[in-house]
Design a protein around this ligand. Structure first.
Ligand SMILES: NC(=O)c1ccc[n+]([C@@H]2O[C@H](COP(=O)([O-])OP(=O)(O)OC[C@H]3O[C@@H](n4cnc5c(N)ncnc54)[C@H](O)[C@@H]3O)[C@@H](O)[C@H]2O)c1
Ligand SMILES: N[C@H](CO)Cc1c[nH]c[nH+]1
Ligand SMILES: [Zn+2]
Length: 427
């Protein structure tokens, strides 16, 4: 765990930016079989797979309104307060993403505008295997609500007792979400993609999950349904210079490593002494963590690099394109200008990645596995499509008509030309 790679030549970067691949044997076959069975047998198959993977099958997949109502009694007042604060900040940050419709007159008499229209039926997957991620429900349902999605349904695996985690139900309660189904894994994704007797099929599926969930999203996306992204295991990269606080960085690296054995943390420091101090802090903090073993597994994938030149360090980080990037430096505001590829960036010594995971306001559903080169995290935009509209007056048609006629003729598309000419001749 203590290996430090010093100033790797650029030729070696390609190898260093690779993510761990820990796919189950025959993943595609296993997941395809689950999907096909759910497609044919509906609820029965969803319950059957719950029995197989959790050891119980719920009588009803649907969580009753009464269960949702009772959730406040099952979680502490402090947790409720914390969730309400997170909700306020996430709503505030996402509300400003709503697009105002603005009409543009491109030429006199020619008006064009773009309108955001919500996707009507969306399905949100909330992971619940190793930890019930109720924060993910805030991150997905808040932008869905702001966008105006009409039907929002949620699937999440129930715990061994057959119940959905009360914090997930509490979030559903405060956001007014009524359709929650006890279903996890690939079977839940299949249920949302094709519909079952109780689960309505949706138009777009959102949410992270383990390799079974992600593979299922990939397969159903080819066949019929849109997806937000293929969210892989969590990852964090940290840039550290002499103004960083090693104990803070150690805590950040451990925080993302505790997600799963397939998570990856990368540390790029400008000298070896910084990394040595951080390693000492890791050794001090790790033993008391309840998910110590998961962290140790994840640390097998970690990269600790010295890259002395700031420019080279950011070239490397931009090639890695991390889901999360912490710039642990007192000069973070200036260094931030060098970021080209990242899902979400945390500036300075007092911006832990956990803040963005829960409560600062930004979304924690982010591109992983290098896809931050071209993709963004979930936002209100993910829940809408933008429809363009236009209206031409007779004057407007006269103003651009001739250009359209010339261009259509040049492409040899005379019917296109005629659609303009016939109108001009009527005036
Ligand atoms: N990238 C992101 O934005 C982001 C955010 C949060 C979480 N995550 C990731 O989400 C993941 C959560 O995974 P999880 O496992 O805790 O919960 P999960 O809800 O994704 O998966 C649990 C389900 O997996 C299925 N499953 C388990 N073993 C199986 C098997 N052998 N065959 C077929 N299906 C099986 C079961 O149906 C079970 O219900 C983690 O990898 C975490 O890193 C990513
Ligand atoms: N860091 C995760 C995204 O990679 C999100 C999360 C949820 N809960 C805690 N963390
Ligand atoms: Zn996290």
């Amino acid at each position: 765990m203590n290996t430090i790679i010093e100033n790797p030549p650029e030729a070696e970067w390609k190898e260093l930016i690779k993510r761990p691949v820990i796919n189950a044997l025959n993943l595609t076959e296993t997941v395809s079989e689950i999907i096909n069975t759910v497609k044919q047998q509906g609820d029965f198959a969803v319950k059957d797979y719950s029995l197989k993977f959790h050891g119980f099958a719920p009588d009803e997949l649907w969580v009753t309104e009464d269960d949702i109502k009772k959730s406040s009694q099952l979680i502490s007042k402090n947790l409720q307060k914390a969730i309400l604060l997170a909700k306020k900040n996430i709503e505030k940050f996402h509300r400003q993403q709503l697009l105002k419709t603005k009409k543009i007159e491109t030429t006199t008499g020619v008006s064009c505008w773009r309108k955001s229209v919500a996707i009507e039926n969306v399905g949100l997957y909330i992971p619940g295997g190793s930890a019930p991620l109720f924060s993910t429900l805030l991150m997905l349902a808040i932008p869905a609500k702001l966008a105006g999605c009409k039907n929002i349904l949620v699937t999440t695996p129930a715990n061994a007792g057959g119940n959905v985690d009360p914090a997930i139900l509490y979030v559903a309660k405060i956001l007014g979400i009524k359709n929650i189904y006890k279903a996890g894994g690939a079977q839940a994704i299949a249920a949302m993609a094709y519909g079952t007797q109780t689960v309505n099929k949706v138009d777009k599926i959102f949410g992270p999950g383990n390799q079974y969930v992600t593979e299922a999203k990939r397969i159903v996306n080819i066949d019929r349904v849109a997806i937000d992204m293929l969210a892989g295991p969590s990852e964090l990269a940290v840039y550290a210079d002499d103004t960083c606080i090693p104990g803070f960085i150690a805590a950040d690296l451990l925080s993302q490593a505790e997600h799963g054995g397939d998570s990856q943390v990368v540390l790029v420091a400008v000298n070896k002494q910084i990394i040595e101090k951080i390693i000492l802090e890791i050794h001090a903090q790790l033993p008391s963590l309840p998910r110590k073993e998961i962290v140790e597994n994840s640390f097998l994938n970690r990269r600790f690099l010295v890259i002395e030149k700031v420019e080279d360090a950011f070239d490397f980080l931009n090639q890695y394109a991390p889901e999360h990037l912490i710039i642990a430096s007192e000069h973070a505001d200036v260094l931030a200008e060098k970021v080209i590829n990242a899902g979400s960036v945390f500036l300075g010594n007092y911006s832990p990645e956990s803040a963005g995971d829960y409560a600062s306001g930004t979304n924690h559903s982010l591109p992983t596995n290098g896809t931050a080169v071209t993709q963004s995290g979930v936002s209100v935009d993910s829940f809408v499509k933008k429809i363009t509209f236009q209206k031409l007056t007779p004057e407007g048609l006269n103003n651009i008509g001739e250009a359209v006629e010339y261009m259509a003729s040049a492409e040899g598309l005379m019917a296109h030309k005629n659609a303009v000419t016939i109108r001009k001749n009527k005036q």
